[in-house]
Ligand binder design. Structure first.
Ligand SMILES: Nc1ncnc2c1ncn2[C@@H]1O[C@H](COP(=O)(O)OP(=O)(O)O)[C@@H](O)[C@H]1O
Ligand SMILES: [Mg+2]
Length: 806
């Protein structure tokens, strides 16, 4: 098997990576966590699916990839001369996995439901290995190398055997032993169910005899039951006939009883009817004696009716008279009222012209008075100004007198001198004139005031007169309206009076005598009892014909009933039913039925018994065949146990253990040979022999002498262990008949110094004779130059990684 091409899409850290594998040594270099081991994982995942991944499937797809982006690995490789292409991917929200395989471009597994598992099955069959041995064969990891070199004793042996899947034989041994235990347990259980089959067979014979006897008895009972049935049928017919006669007889007797009752009733009725005829005849005799008194009663009744109609008329008449009188009185009252109103209206004859004159007079008086008010106020004014003027002249005069004759004139500021006296005299005259004018003005004012008072008084009385005239006008208006309503009232009273008079003339004169009416009433009261008695008797009398008729019909019914009684009696006699005979037939029938019932129960019991016996026989036969089955099963279990015992006996016995021992005995020398070959090549033939002891500890021969590994240098130790690990891979491939032409070494340098690293690198180039492709994964940069081809795994800024080929 050889790798050709690998391409990853959204697988772990890789958004996209394409790797081409060539011959020789390829180095995959990159810092820790860059995604180098991811490439190995992807190769295994492409072939074996999810179990090959180190995490669950949810973590495989690149974190950050969208839901619609698939996670895909495409691996191309060559196997036994055929070209393979595997595509494995997960899609969608649920990461549904599918896979497809092409061999030499032909489709071997189609993508689709279940294709993920189909592809794995197909490929593991072709490669000839399950997941675990495949990984051991193709990848050697630092971890393993560390374990190989660090473990000692039985643990180391265990690890090597596990890598070689020898432990699979142990699992098979374990499985065989547990199978054996299970089968022994089953054998025990089945054995506990075993029974004595002879005993069962004997019982089956017994039950068979019992079934035969039961069947004979059942036949007997059935025959007896048939006989009893025939007899019961005969009794049944006889009984039915008698029963029919019995029913007829009973019906006739019922009818007889009914007819008898009817006859008795009719006889009673006849008696009643005879009495009724007799009573009616008696009543007829009595009515004749009451005839005269009754005619008196009728005369009085007629009188009473007549008088009552008169009485009613007279009542109506007096009511009408009252009505006429009332209307007359109303008419008189209306007349009087009309005269009063006319007299009053006469008083208001010139009222309108008077109102007009009075209103005009009042208006001019008001104007006159207003003028007078004005005159008075003017006169008052001129009087006031006269008084003021006089006071100012007096003041001037007084000042002048105070100044004396040497003073200056207050107006012209010239010395007064002789002018003073002259001015004083002028002022005195002026004062006098003003005083006189004041007196006459004051007189005139008081006269004016007097006149004004008079005029005011006259106006007040004029206004009062005007108010009264207006009141008269209102009254006149009111009275005129009243006159109008009075006409209506008068008309109404007149028509009422006329109606009453017409009614009275229609009734005419009417004479009703109260005393006569009372006499007639008491006469009628006295005869009332007679009239009632007469009516009762007359009613009785009227029934004569009907009573006679009814009596006749009852007598007819009685004779018909007698005939019917005779007829029924005759029918009964003809029928001639015998109760004793009937009872006897009934008893016979019942006992036959009873017998039939008993036999029925016997038949049912016997057939139930035979059914039960048949079931018992079936059950016994089934048991017998079950026992035979158990015996067969036990035999085959014993055989299987013997077989398993041979395969894996107690302790180390058995074929599988022999096989394991054989393998191990063969593996030791083979591993030694393969490891020696590599070791010789890697040490340039310095050491040509490596030997492994029982625990697969390495011993190295130096100059023909055998030494433990501890004697040698660290680098030689590493090489020896690497050779052992490579020998395991080789052996694995051979054992499964698969030729792996590639090997992947993942971080095998560990913490070695540069010189030792260089040793290993040199040794690897020597290995190319054994493997066409050697892929070395490392984070150590300085070994770069030793590779024919270098793939660098680089981490990008966005957290994804890429693979770059140098
Ligand atoms: N689904 C994933 N998406 C992105 N990164 C992942 C995913 N699964 C694992 N990783 C990262 O890949 C790295 C491990 O890669 P690995 O191949 O083991 O590295 P190395 O180069 O050391 O062998 C870790 O950093 C881990 O966080
Ligand atoms: Mg790694």
């Amino acid at each position: 098997m050889m790798l050709k091409r690998l391409s990853l899409t959204n697988y772990r850290k890789f958004e996209r990576a394409d790797i081409e594998f060539g011959d020789g040594i390829t180095g995959i270099i990159g810092s820790n966590g860059a995604g180098k081991s991811t490439i190995v994982e992807a190769i295994v995942w492409a072939i074996y699916g999810h179990p090959a991944a180190r995490t669950n499937k949810e973590l495989i797809k690149r974190q950050g990839a969208g839901q619609n982006e698939p996670c895909r690995v495409v691996l191309q490789f060559e196997l036994d001369g055929d070209d393979y292409e595997v595509v494995r991917e997960m899609r969608g929200k649920n990461l549904a996995a599918t896979a497809s395989v092409k061999v030499n471009s032909g489709v071997a597994v189609m993508p689709g439901a279940n294709s993920a598992l189909e592809a794995t099955e197909f490929l593991s069959k072709k490669i000839g290995m399950d997941l675990q041995p495949f990984v051991t064969s193709i990848v050697a990891m630092q971890k393993e190398l560390d374990a190989i070199s660090n473990l000692g004793g039985a643990k180391r042996r265990e690890l090597v055997l596990r890598m070689l899947r020898i432990d699979a034989i142990d699992e098979a041994i374990g499985k065989a032993r547990s199978d054996k235990r299970d089968k022994r347990k089953e054998l025990e259980i089945r054995g506990s169910y075993l029974q004595d089959t002879e005993e069962i067979k004997r019982k089956i014979g017994e039950v068979g005899e019992a079934i035969k006897a039961g069947d004979a008895e059942l036949d007997r009972f059935k025959k007896d039951a048939d006989d009893a049935k025939n007899e019961a049928d005969a009794h049944f017919a006889a009984k039915n006939e008698l029963q029919r006669v019995y029913e007829l007889d009973s019906k006739l007797r019922e009818r007889l009883a009914v007819e008898r009752m009817r006859s008795a009733h009719l006889e009673q009725l006849e008696k009643e009817k005879r009495l009724a005829v007799k009573n009616a005849l008696g009543a007829a005799a009595k009515t004749a004696s009451l005839e005269e008194k009754l005619s008196n009663f009728k005369v009085l009744e007629a009188k009473k009716t007549n008088l009552e109609s008169l009485r009613e008329k007279s009542l109506r008449r007096s009511a009408l008279e009252k009505e006429a009188n009332r209307a007359l009185a109303a008419l008189e009252e209306i007349g009087r009222e009309g005269e009063g109103i006319s007299a009053r209206l006469a008083v208001f004859r010139n009222l309108d012209s008077r109102l007009e004159a009075e209103a005009a007079g009042t208006k001019s008086a008001e104007e006159e008075l207003a003028k007078l008010f004005e005159t008075v106020s003017k006169a008052g004014f001129s009087l006031d100004s006269l008084v003021l003027e006089r006071k100012s002249v007096e003041e001037k005069k007084r000042k002048l007198e105070e100044l004396g004759s040497k003073g200056n004139c207050p107006t012209c500021l010239q010395p007064l001198g002789e002018h003073r006296e002259m001015i004083l005299a002028d002022l005195a005259r002026e004062c006098e004139r003003l005083a006189e004018s004041g007196i006459s003005a004051s007189k005139e004012l008081s006269e004016l005031k007097k006149l004004r008072a008079e005029k005011e008084g006259a106006l007040v009385s004029r206004k009062a007169a005007l108010v009264e005239l207006q009141a008269n006008a209102n009254e006149r208006k009111h009275l005129t309206e009243r006159v109008k309503t009075m006409d209506g009232r008068r008309e109404k009273a007149k028509s009422e009076l006329d109606a009453a008079r017409v009614g009275l003339s229609e009734i005419g004169a009417c004479a009703f005598d109260e005393g006569e009416y009372a006499g007639v009433k008491s006469g009628l009261d006295a005869l009332k009892g007679v009239a009632e008695q007469f009516a009762v008797l007359k009613n009785e009398e009227s029934k004569i014909d009907a009573a006679r008729h009814e009596l006749e019909s009852v007598e007819n019914d009685i004779s018909a009933a007698k005939k019917s009684l005779e007829k029924i009696t005759l029918e009964l006699k003809t029928l001639g039913f015998d109760k004793q005979e009937y009872d006897l037939a009934m008893r016979r029938y019942e006992s036959a039925i009873g017998l039939l019932g008993e036999l029925g129960i016997k038949v049912a019991g016997a057939s139930a018994k035979s059914e039960m016996l048949a079931r018992e026989k079936d059950a016994l036969e089934k048991k017998l065949s079950e026992q035979e089955e158990i015996r067969k099963a036990i035999n085959s279990l014993r055989k299987e146990i013997t077989l398993l015992e041979r395969l894996a006996g107690d302790r180390d016995a058995g074929l599988l253990n022999d096989f394991k021992r054989h393998l191990i005995s063969r593996i030791g020398p083979l591993l030694s040979r393969y490891a020696s070959e590599s070791f010789a090549r890697l040490t340039d033939g310095r050491y040509s022999d490596i030997e492994l002891d029982g625990d697969y500890n390495v011993h190295i021969y130096d100059d023909g002498e055998r030494f433990e590994l501890g004697r040698f240098s660290g680098g030689e130790n590493d090489l020896a262990n690497l050779c052992l690990r490579l020998a395991i891979s080789q052996l694995m491939g051979e054992r499964n008949n698969t030729d792996f032409q590639f090997i992947i070494l993942d971080e095998i340098f560990g913490s070695q110094d540069p010189e030792r690293k260089a040793n290993v690198m040199r040794a690897l180039s020597d290995l190319t004779g054994r493997f066409r492709q050697i892929i070395l994964i490392t984070h150590v940069e300085d070994v770069k130059d030793s590779f024919e081809r270098v793939l660098t795994v680089k981490e990008n800024a966005d957290g994804t990684s890429s693979v770059v080929s140098d």
